[in-house]
Design a binder for this molecule. Structure first.
Ligand code: KIV
Length: 275
């Protein structure tokens, strides 16, 4: 790199819980996207994705299962390690898989493995009020937590399918109360999946921590999609997603287009939101 380049190059520092919170305060949209290996992890990092999520969606898009339920802690460590090896600026967020956090003690043990063996910077777990004690314990031991509310795919058999959550008054009130309780317990981020836009916006405004939406409308502090959905290679992508590979883009261009669409407030659009 020549002198001019090096003096004009913008140095982007690693995203942290502090920078993400500042982005919320500054109304700068946060871009999250899933990746499960080094090749895609590098592209996401280079194209300006703020948070790379190694989601347990890997059970479906990588392993070919119909749900996320078969994914193990060892699977999460394997894939998170591959992404951590190349992520320079993105915060690396790893899912705690099904049944790996049924008690605070179990959650602590599995987070220790995820952080020590695969360099995850934050962990994500599904669940509302019942997870408050676990989030308190993780926070107490220095583990940053993202709490996943709304549609919780690990409970798909209990929910009877992948459906929008929070359309009924009582469920909506409970979700908002859960978000506040999880924040008070120490959660650093909330993720809302398949939630009516009005409810997601209200929750985003009620909490101080960043709220990331997937199928949760335009009022959230940031957006996340599953990589394979936005690259157009999922056989039946959900309605809240968008294929960014259109218009003859390469994969890096598609990722860049997604980053710019989220940052510019152009994604999601009306067609991706639920009432
Ligand atoms: O596992 C995953 O990819 C997720 C997203 C759907 C948010 O949790």
């Amino acid at each position: 790199m020549d002198q001019k380049d090096s003096s004009s190059a913008k140095v982007i520092k690693r995203r942290t819980v502090t920078t993400l919170r500042k982005m919320k305060q500054d109304n700068e949209k946060i871009v999250m996207l899933t990746a499960y290996d080094s090749s895609f992890g590098r592209v996401l990092d280079e194209q300006g994705v703020d948070v790379i999520l190694i989601g347990d969606s890997l059970g479906m898009v990588i392993q070919g299962h119909p749900t996320t339920i078969p994914v193990t802690v060892d699977d999460m460590i394997y894939h998170t390690r591959a992404v951590s090896a190349v992520a320079q600026t993105a915060l690396v967020l790893a899912d705690l898989p099904f049944m790996s956090y049924t008690s605070p003690e179990m959650a602590l043990r599995n987070c220790a493995r995820l952080m020590q063996e695969s360099d995850a910077h934050m962990v994500k777990l599904e669940g509302g009020a019942p997870q408050v004690e676990t989030v308190k314990q993780l926070t107490h031991h220095g583990v940053p937590v993202c709490a996943h509310l709304g549609l919780q795919p690990q409970s798909v058999h209990k929910l009877g399918g992948y459906r929008v959550q929070g359309r009924e008054d009582a469920v909506a009130k409970q979700m908002q109360a859960d978000a506040l309780a999880l924040q008070d317990a120490g959660a650093d981020m909330i993720l809302l999946e398949c939630v009516p836009e009005v409810l997601a916006t209200a929750i985003t405004q009620a909490v101080e921590v960043p709220v990331i939406g997937i199928g949760a409308g335009r009022g959230c502090d940031g957006q996340v999609l599953v990589l394979h959905d936005m690259l157009g290679i999922t056989p039946r992508a959900p309605r809240f997603s968008q294929n960014f590979m259109q218009e003859g883009r390469t994969i890096p261009q598609a990722i860049r287009a997604y980053v710019e669409a989220v940052k510019g407030g152009h994604f999601p659009a009306d067609a991706h939101c639920f009432v």
